[in-house]
Structures are given as structure tokens and as C-alpha cells.
Design a protein around this ligand. Structure first.
Ligand code: SF4
Ligand code: FES
Length: 244
């Protein structure tokens, strides 16, 4: 017999997000339903086409007083969800600062600046500096592919490229390997280099990276800095657009 919670999760209904009523459909997560309704819950590793991985924890909210990643908690009728609070936004800012110091993110010289989900989310959370000591890890750049390149200095290990390559492209070009601070992105080819893999510039995985790791060669400055997606409007006001 189904539990009452399970019945709720499979039935459409409404929950409250920061005091506002949000409709959800059967099986929706809180983040899915909120995004569809145009509400911004900060997130980095979730994309509606590739399911939830619960990696980044930026989407953490309070549901009836208990914390959970809104991309993995199923919406249910009567939930009271808090997201846009000082406490949660401060926690998000701290997690973002940790992501910044774990990699090498030099926004002023990065060709993804203005189109970067990490940078835009940091702005939305009011981050003004790294706060923690920078680790400056030694990470490679792979330019072996004729059309694409990888700058692993900017990888936040969100796993979106791994899921897109597996689920949409049916290729499994990427994987995440290693442990702890040595966790890193791997390319699935004999040499471990992108030029040796089945990767193509038309793959979904070539278009999902929220930061400036997976880059299309010779296109970096096609749109001038100052006119890019998040230069024009903050990420918190592009909730519907961010679904595509
Ligand atoms: Fe995420 Fe980009 Fe790193 Fe892939 S390369 S794990 S999409 S940050
Ligand atoms: Fe939910 Fe990353 S978006 S954990």
C-alpha cells in the first residue's frame, strides 16, 4: 500500500515557496515545479532535461523546517518551503566561495564571463570576493579537438556534461574520477584527450557546461563582453529562459 506521502507526490497540488503558492505536477521536484512557475531557486548542477544529481547543494531549501536539496526533494501538497532567506543565501554564498577557490576562476580573462552560471549565481548571492584561501590547483587545458576545447581549471564537477553525454548523446564521453580534493573530470578515450574521443560540437554535452570548461573554438568573443546573457539581466530574472 502506498504511504500518504507517496500518494501526495504522485498527485498534482500546491506548496508554498517563500509564502507564494506554487503548483506542481506528478513526480515534480520542488526545484522543477518552482522553475516552471518562474520562481528562482539558485542551482548549478540541475538541468530539467537530465534529472537531478544533488551534487552542488546550491539549491538547498528548508521544507517544513528541514533542509534538503530542492532538485531531489519531491514536491508535495501543503509543504512550506523557504528558499530566499538570509540564512540560506549566506550558506549558498559560502558554498560558491569554496567552489571558486577550489578551481582557477579568473573571471576578467575568461571567455565565458557574462555567460557563466557560476559567476551569475555568485553575483545573485552577493559574493564580492573568495573569502577563503585560493588553492590554485594545477589543471590541464585540452585543445586536441578540432572544434572544441576543455579548460579544466574551471570545472566545478557538476556532472552535467557526464549526464548529457550519456543520456542525450549516448556516448559517455565524460566521467568523474578520483577522490576528495583530487576528484576530476575524465575524457573517455584511449589517450584521455578530447581529440581522441567521439565528442562532437553538436553534442548536447557541448552546450550544457555552466562554466567555461567546454568551449567552442573560434567563438569565444562572438558576443562582446557587456552584451552577454547575464550582463543583460541577472540569472534570478531568467528562470524560464534557463530551462532551455
Ligand atoms: Fe560541469 Fe562543465 Fe565540469 Fe562538466 S566540465 S562537470 S559540465 S563544470
Ligand atoms: Fe540541486 Fe545542485 S542543483 S544539488
Amino acid at each position: 500500500m502506498n504511504s500518504p506521502h507517496r500518494i501526495d507526490a504522485l498527485t498534482p497540488g500546491t506548496f508554498k515557496l517563500d509564502g507564494e503558492e506554487v503548483e506542481f505536477g506528478p513526480g515534480d521536484s520542488i526545484l522543477e515545479a518552482a522553475t516552471r512557475a518562474g520562481h528562482y531557486i539558485p542551482h548549478l548542477c540541475w538541468h530539467p532535461d537530465f534529472g537531478a544529481a544533488g551534487n552542488c547543494r546550491i539549491c538547498t531549501v528548508k521544507v517544513n523546517g528541514r533542509t534538503g536539496a530542492s532538485c531531489t526533494v519531491q514536491a508535495a501538497s501543503g509543504q512550506e518551503v523557504q528558499s530566499n532567506t538570509l540564512e540560506l543565501n549566506e550558506q549558498r554564498k559560502t558554498m560558491l566561495q569554496m567552489l571558486f577557490v577550489e578551481g582557477n576562476h579568473f573571471c576578467p580573462s575568461c571567455e565565458k564571463s557574462g555567460n557563466c552560471g557560476l559567476q551569475a549565481t555568485a553575483y545573485a548571492m552577493g559574493m564580492q570576493g573568495p573569502h577563503f584561501e585560493e588553492l590554485y590547483p594545477n589543471r590541464p587545458v585540452d585543445a586536441t579537438h578540432p572544434e572544441m576545447m576543455l579548460d579544466l581549471n574551471r570545472c566545478i564537477l557538476c556532472g552535467l556534461c557526464v549526464r548529457a553525454s550519456e543520456q542525450a548523446d549516448k556516448k559517455s564521453v565524460f566521467a568523474i574520477g578520483g577522490h576528495g580534493i583530487k576528484t576530476h573530470l575524465l575524457v573517455n578515450s584511449e589517450s584521455g584527450q578530447l581529440g581522441d574521443s567521439e565528442f562532437s560540437a553538436s553534442d548536447r554535452a557541448a552546450h550544457v557546461c555552466p562554466t567555461g570548461v567546454i568551449l567552442h573554438k573560434r567563438q569565444g568573443f562572438a558576443t562582446p563582453i557587456g552584451q552577454r546573457r547575464f550582463d543583460v539581466k541577472p540569472i534570478s530574472e531568467q528562470v524560464e529562459e534557463s530551462k532551455t
